[in-house]
Design a protein around this ligand. Sequence first.
Ligand code: FAD
Length: 442
Amino acid sequence: APVVLWFRRDLRLGDHAALLEASRHSKHVLALYVLDDVLLKRSGAPRVAFLHGCLRALDEQLGGRLMVVHGDPATEVVRAARAIGAAAVHVSADRGPYGRRRDASVAKALAEHGIDWVETGSPYAVTPGRVVKPDGSPYRVFTPFHRAWLAHGWPSPAEPSRVDWVAPPSSLEIPRPPRVSATLPEPGEQAALNVWHAFLDGALATYAEDRDRPDLAGTTRLSPYLRWGCVHPRTLLADLDGSAGARALRTELCWREFHADVLWHRPETARENYDKRFDRMKHDDDPEAFERWCAGRTGYPIVDAGMRQLLAEGWMHNRVRMVVASFLVKDLHLPWWRGARHFMKHLVDGDLASNQLNWQWVAGCGTDAAPYFRIFNPLTQGEKFDPDGDYVRRYVPELRSVPGKAVHRLKNRPEAYPAPMVDHAHERQVALARYGEITTES
Ligand code: FAD
């Protein structure tokens, strides 16, 4: 009997463990994608646009045989499976909070019709939940997790599989990507592999030194592709050797796995502080300050460049994500989840685990957090990581006439560019005092 391969965060055909497993059960595989309003409503327009592009690319790879349906997966997956008389539905595991609930209800609905549910692999090199301490409890600190993750290891990339893609009994047309003002990367598996191969031949050699420099093209920019599974991290890990750049990148990929692991063990941290002491933290409620941060009009050049890069590209450099997040939480005293929500609306790589837990890490309430009292100075961060000011000038046109690194610590502020909305030295003290209140009480 044929089987169904239900695609979710695995929009590729290469290194696909669930596809390989499906092909061992049957040569006749129906490729299915369900447009699920629960997820679509939570995704900002850039992410939806990129998703639709990835679906088109996948459909092309399948010779037009991707079955696209719209509705509740518990109904739609069963309907599709029954329509072709499938014996089983194969998936890559989704360990996110919603994915878990959804999959439990789909598996149950399938079982009522005698259809098997088979999970193989996940969007991670090591499936969340697998790396635990010797006593079985989860890791709370990155460094020991990283060590245990390396020791655990992962399988080699899955071999290619030969299947006959079943002609869909019916299918919706893949929706046209919504119009977005941000310039997005090219979607799909081939685009991901092209980006990766260009990185291997180029920036990998200097990645260890340059990855913190937003003015350089020093990182992979693979995050949107990893988000949708256009490439599997195992494919990347298999290409990395022992060089300094390779080791640094392996560590970054492990951060992605660590955050997914934390969210698996503590799904409530998508919304709640990981460190409960922070539940007592006092926050301001200043809608105008929040709007200025969102628009990139804080008067702090590196912060504004970052916030405008987010709007222009649906992406922001990691160093700058940390700086703008710190500014929101520790200079404006706004709650991290407001910033996280804005990021999720605009990021093309927006990922619940990576986003929420990185926000918490910066805010000081997450796992082995950057200590709260280590507060980024946005001026020195700019000078250090954008040493010639090129990054700021690229995204803040009002500052294009200011030469070199003078763009960070403005002496003569161009008229069109706002004055700093707060005094960093003062706000730093306010933040420290509030932190003192929650830590001395406990
Ligand atoms: P590279 O430097 O090339 O790294 C390769 C890959 O490693 C990335 O694609 C990503 O998958 C992973 N990675 C690197 N750094 C991290 C990290 N700190 N945490 C988790 N994974 C990492 N990343 C997301 O994918 N989605 C998000 O929604 C997201 N939100 C973030 C919010 C904040 C406040 C911060 C500080 C970081 C966030 N990150 C997020 C992590 C990181 O900024 C991006 O993964 C990275 O900038 C993507 O660019 P790249 O692919 O060129 O990274």
